[in-house]
Design a protein around this ligand. Structure first.
Ligand code: ADP
Ligand code: MN
Ligand code: MN
Ligand code: MN
Length: 372
């Protein structure tokens, strides 16, 4: 905490809490057989997460063992006050890196009073597509970019009355004048590993206080589940440091890079020898469904990505489809190594950082595998 600049301490009350006091309580032994399960769900914004905890008198191993629960959907933009009970159906379990021990994080789907999925339960349809496409063994790896903010919502560590020097030295940077808040990045990485997330790497991004981590490769529905839980861990770790993490795709207008969620995709056929032919077939199908994908690639049907996909700052224009080997200005990039090996995967660079990975991967599977 002593490393926090004064202006952060002034504007971030949580940063001033003494974290050694809470540890005296978190170290208390749990009664035998009991555990705390934190149920996590996506709220009515389609972007933000909510969570609440219940005590269980057994240690769950599978989501099916967990009770269905409910919450007040009128307080999460998911129901009217007069008919507000909304249901939580557990779908995946992870270890809880905050409470440790037998305690669990429980990812849930949300259902309305009439047992229909809520509007922002995109997992339900995604799962159906993934089940239909299972024989193709689809893999996904998502690069989650994000920006850290002070409590006044300026990027963390930026001067209050001005700007840092122009972009250039920050990407994969090292040194106190190049990167800000690496502690949060390191804590989040370990928290993901502990929880059981298949996190595959992290790096500092082009704009100062912007970072990236990658989740994957994961098969089918697992990528959406794991990415959402990794986002929960990011917000929760940042909360611990009194800092805000935003997934806004263009947090600073002007000559600053936006944030995306590049989605790397392959099928079994693409990963086999000469799979490049399958990759090219998929790119052809994607080229004929550009609008459908743009609408699925941010929670506001393309409105958020309009600010980001400008054709500048390593993006393609939102209006045009393009593809190329090693081209960071294209909608779809074939990594150089994939072109050389003639097999592997493709990278869809269009998804916004705040996309719902269930919507993104469902659209890819329906276009490229199910031919819908
Ligand atoms: P970039 O060069 O675009 O920055 P990264 O290294 O950040 O790429 O991320 C690449 C992502 O692609 C990782 O999440 C990785 O797990 C994923 N990936 C690697 N191989 C495959 C594959 N065959 N299918 C799908 N995803 C893959
Ligand atoms: Mn990357
Ligand atoms: Mn990146
Ligand atoms: Mn990328």
């Amino acid at each position: 905490m002593s490393k926090m600049p004064n202006h952060v301490l002034e504007s971030s009350p949580n940063a001033a809490l003494n974290k050694s006091i809470i540890n005296r309580f978190m170290d208390l032994p749990m009664p035998d057989g009991k555990c705390q399960a934190m149920y996590i769900w996506i709220d009515g914004t389609g972007e933000n997460l909510r969570a609440k905890t219940r005590t269980l008198d057994f240690v769950p191993q599978k989501p099916e063992e967990l009770p269905v629960w409910n919450y007040d959907g009128s307080s999460t933009y998911q129901a009217e006050g007069a008919n507000s009970d909304t249901y939580l159906h557990p779908v995946a379990i992870y270890r809880d890196p905050f409470r440790r021990g037998n305690n669990k994080l429980v990812l849930c789907e949300t259902f309305k009073y009439n047992n229909k999925p809520t509007e922002t339960n995109k997992r339900n349809m995604c799962k159906k597509a993934m089940d239909s496409a299972a024989d193709a063994i689809p893999w996904f790896g998502i690069e989650q970019e994000y920006t850290l903010l002070d409590m006044d919502l300026r990027p963390f560590g930026w001067p209050k009355n001005g700007f840092p020097g122009p972009q250039g030295p920050y990407y994969c940077g090292v040194g106190a004048n190049k990167v800000y808040a690496r502690d949060i990045v390191e804590a989040h990485y370990r928290a993901c590993l502990y929880a059981g997330i298949n996190i595959s790497g992290s790096n500092a991004e082009v704009m100062p206080s912007q970072w990236e981590y990658q989740v994957g490769p994961c098969e089918g529905i697992d990528i959406g589940d794991q990415l959402w839980v990794s986002r929960f861990l990011l917000h929760r770790v940042a909360e611990e440091f009194g800092v805000v993490a935003t997934l806004d795709p263009k947090p600073m207008p002007g000559d600053w890079n936006g944030a995306g969620a590049h989605t790397n995709f392959s099928t079994k056929a693409m990963r086999e020898d000469n799979g490049i032919i399958e990759i090219e077939k998929a790119i052809d199908k994607l080229s004929r469904n550009h609008l459908r994908h743009i609408q699925a690639y941010d929670p506001n049907q393309g409105k958020d990505n309009e600010r980001r996909l400008t054709g500048k700052h390593e993006t393609s224009s939102i209006h045009d489809f393009s593809a190329g080997v090693a081209n960071r200005g294209a909608s779809i990039r074939i990594p150089r190594g994939v072109a050389e090996d003639k097999k592997g995967y493709l990278e869809d660079r269009r998804p916004s950082s705040n996309c719902d990975p269930y919507s993104v991967t469902e659209a890819i599977v329906r276009t490229c595998i199910l031919d819908e």
